[in-house]
Design a protein around this ligand. Structure first.
Ligand code: FES
Ligand SMILES: [Fe+2]
Length: 393
C-alpha cells in the first residue's frame, strides 16, 4: 500500500496534535448570515453559478460502460442525457428536443442506437446529431447540422462522470481543476469499483445545511453519539484546503498506534475516513475499504436533493461479503439521516429569527474554507480553469 507525502503529513499532524492535546484551528470564529440559508435570490445565484458552471458528479463510469448506454437525470433542474457513443466517447446533452422542446428520452437509463423524440419523432444520434426529421418538407431551409442536441462539457475522471450543466464557450481544463485531489482519487481505482447501492433523497433543508454536515467532525460525538462517534478520534480532523477543494481527514482511534511504528512503515487508508470536498457540492467520502460519492443539489431555498452511491471494490461473491456491505450500507443510511433530521430542524428554526448569523468555530475549518470558496465563486473570483485558445490551436 503506497502512501503519499501529503498523507504522511496528515498522519504526523494528527500524532502531533494528539501528543500536544490540540487540534487543527484557524485564526478565529467566522460568522455566516442565516439569510443565506433561505433567501430565494441567494439560492438562485448559487444555482446559476455553482450548479451551472462547475463540474458536478452525475454518475459512475459503469452506468455508461458500453457504446449505446445512456442515462438521464433531472436533479439539477435542467434535464440531462448522458451517452456513450459508438466510438466510445462519453457525451452529455440537454435532454431537450430542438423542434419544440420535448424530452427526447424519458427512461432513466438504457441502451439505444438513436433517440427518437416522443412528440414528432425527430431522431438524434448518440452523438447528439439530428439524424431524421419526419416529413421534412415542412421545415424548408432547416439546417440539420445546427439542430443537434445542445451539448454540455462532460468528463470521465477517476471512474466518475462529471458534467458542467450549461454549454461553455471555452474548453474547461478539468485536470487543472481537480489537480490538488488527483493523486489520492487516482489511487482509489474507482473505475474498477462497482456500485453496491445508490439512493436519492429529497430533504427539506437548504442545500448548504446538508453540505455543512460533511465539512466538520465536531458534531460526530454528539449528533452521532451512538453510531459514528466511537469510530473516530473526537474533533481531531485535519483539513487541507486547496482554495476550492478540501481534504478533510478524520482519524480512527487506532492511528495512535502509529506513534510506535517507523514512519517508513506507515499506511494511510486503514487509519482514516477522508471526506474529500470537491467544489461546489461533490464529495468522495473514502472509508477504509469502500467509498461513498455524494452530491447535494439545491431544488429551492429550503429544499435539496442528496444523491449518494456506495462504491465497493468488487461484486460481493459470498453471503458473508453481501452481509458485510449491507451492514455498512444500513449504518451509513442511519448516520446520514441523523444529520438530515438535525438539518431539517435547523431550517424550521429560521422562521423564529432567533439567529441573524451562525458561528463557524475555529476548528470547524471546513465550514470556513467552504464558505470562502462559495463566496469567491459568487463574486466571480473563483472559476473553473479553461484551456487557453492558443494552446488548443
Ligand atoms: S418536440 Fe421533439 S419532435 Fe417535436
Ligand atoms: Fe454527520
Amino acid at each position: 500500500m503506497t502512501i503519499t507525502q501529503e498523507e504522511r503529513g496528515i498522519i504526523q499532524r494528527v500524532l502531533d496534535h494528539a501528543e500536544a492535546g490540540t487540534t487543527d484551528m484557524l485564526d478565529g470564529v467566522m460568522t455566516h448570515p442565516v439569510s443565506n440559508y433561505f433567501d430565494p435570490d441567494r439560492v438562485k445565484a448559487e444555482t446559476e453559478t455553482l450548479f451551472r458552471t462547475f463540474p458536478i458528479i452525475m454518475g459512475h463510469v459503469s452506468q455508461v460502460a458500453e457504446p449505446g448506454d445512456y442515462f438521464t437525470n433531472d436533479d439539477l433542474g435542467v434535464p440531462l442525457l448522458i451517452t456513450r457513443t459508438q466510438a466510445g466517447d462519453i457525451r452529455a446533452f440537454y435532454n431537450v428536443c430542438r423542434h419544440r422542446g420535448a424530452r427526447v428520452e424519458d427512461k432513466p437509463c438504457g441502451k439505444a442506437r438513436t433517440f427518437s423524440c416522443p412528440y414528432h419523432a425527430w431522431t438524434y444520434g448518440l452523438d447528439g446529431k439530428l439524424r431524421g426529421v419526419p416529413q421534412q418538407f415542412g421545415f424548408e431551409g432547416l439546417d440539420k447540422s445546427k439542430h443537434g442536441l445542445v451539448e454540455l462539457p462532460v468528463f470521465e475522471r477517476f471512474g466518475l462522470i462529471w458534467v458542467v450543466p450549461s454549454p461553455q464557450e471555452d474548453e474547461i481544463d478539468i485536470d487543472v481543476w481537480l489537480a490538488p485531489m488527483a493523486e489520492q482519487l487516482q489511487g482509489l481505482s474507482l473505475d474498477t469499483h462497482v456500485i453496491y447501492r445508490t439512493w436519492s433523497l429529497n430533504r427539506n433543508m437548504n442545500w448548504r445545511i446538508a453540505l455543512e454536515g460533511f465539512q466538520e467532525s465536531y458534531h460526530f460525538c454528539y449528533a452521532h453519539a451512538k453510531t459514528a462517534c466511537h469510530a473516530y478520534l473526537d474533533n481531531q480532523s485535519v483539513h487541507l484546503s486547496y482554495g476550492a477543494h478540501v481534504r478533510h481527514a478524520v482519524p480512527l482511534p487506532k492511528i495512535l498506534d502509529l506513534k510506535d511504528v517507523p514512519a517508513e512503515d506507515w499506511t494511510y487508508r486503514p487509519y482514516f475516513l477522508t471526506q474529500n470536498y470537491l467544489f461546489p457540492a461533490n464529495f468522495a467520502q473514502v472509508q477504509t475499504d469502500h467509498v461513498y460519492i455524494h452530491t447535494i443539489i439545491p431544488t429551492g431555498p429550503d429544499t435539496c436533493i442528496f444523491n449518494c452511491m456506495m462504491l465497493i471494490p468488487e461484486e460481493p461473491r459470498t453471503e458473508k461479503a453481501e452481509r458485510y456491505w449491507a451492514k455498512n450500507y444500513d449504518l451509513i443510511r442511519i448516520v446520514f439521516d441523523e444529520d438530515f433530521v438535525i438539518g431539517e430542524g435547523i431550517q424550521k428554526g429560521f422562521a423564529t429569527g432567533a439567529n441573524t448569523e451562525f458561528l463557524f468555530g475555529s476548528f470547524e475549518c471546513g465550514l470556513q474554507y467552504g464558505r470562502r470558496a462559495i463566496d469567491a465563486a459568487l463574486a466571480g473570483e473563483l472559476t473553473v480553469p479553461v484551456k487557453s485558445k492558443m494552446a488548443a490551436e
